[in-house]
Design a protein around this ligand. Sequence first.
Ligand code: ADP
Ligand code: MG
Length: 245
Amino acid sequence: MTLLSVQGLHKSFGGVVAARDVAFTVERGEMLAIIGPNGAGKSTVFNMVGGQLRPDQGRVLLDGQDITAASPQKRFRRGVGRTFQVAQTFLSMSAAENVQMALISCHRNSNGLWTPARERHRDKALELLSQVGMAEAADAPCSSLAYGDVKRVELAIALAGQPKLLLMDEPTAGMAPRERAALMDLTASIAASQGIGVLFTEHDMDVVFGHAARVLVLLRGQIIAAGTPDEIRQNEQVRCAYLGD
Ligand code: ADP
Ligand code: MG
């Protein structure tokens, strides 16, 4: 079954139509990029999938279940994870503690009390850090890590929620080109091996064309093209409207 199905999403802000009849799917293990110029509606679509914004019309289905009206917290519990454009780690804490915090917040019991299984969480945190290549830095404060390594810790934090779908808003912003490719290679291999669908926005076209299986192009709230990186690169309308040649 399709992991994410977005159907006929519409959102306007006053007179501005930020999303118009937006429809697409994401399959398990697939990396789907949404590109488009500033103001195209990327964040609006992203936030309607994450639950931060309610659409005026349309539906969002995860694993066939309608989550259109679900809060971000409820979507998170259903398997919609998210990384953020600005580093969200607690810099004074170690990488492992950051991941442990994420694991603890995912394991609230029904009374709303924290489950005290800290040791188990440490083992799981170390496992997640090793998946992102950060096992050796587990006990280093995040403030001492290079920016690219903080982004890896953020990925481990997102994986702590055992997402089925991972939303990444400009995951490589602020990184050097070589680090960008490494982070996206890592993300793609984790997504493929764990069957996680990844929906991401990105300005760097090398990252988009090098790592997305499919690309959606948004312009003024509408999808003007969708296809493989090769199809998008060769699309005349996209070249004129967005790629600038
Ligand atoms: P992108 O992420 O592609 O840059 P956005 O989704 O942020 O685009 O914005 C799409 C359009 O909707 C823009 O014209 C923007 O000004 C408008 N918009 C977005 N969010 C709001 C809001 N909360 N209130 C009013 N207008 C908004
Ligand atoms: Mg945006």
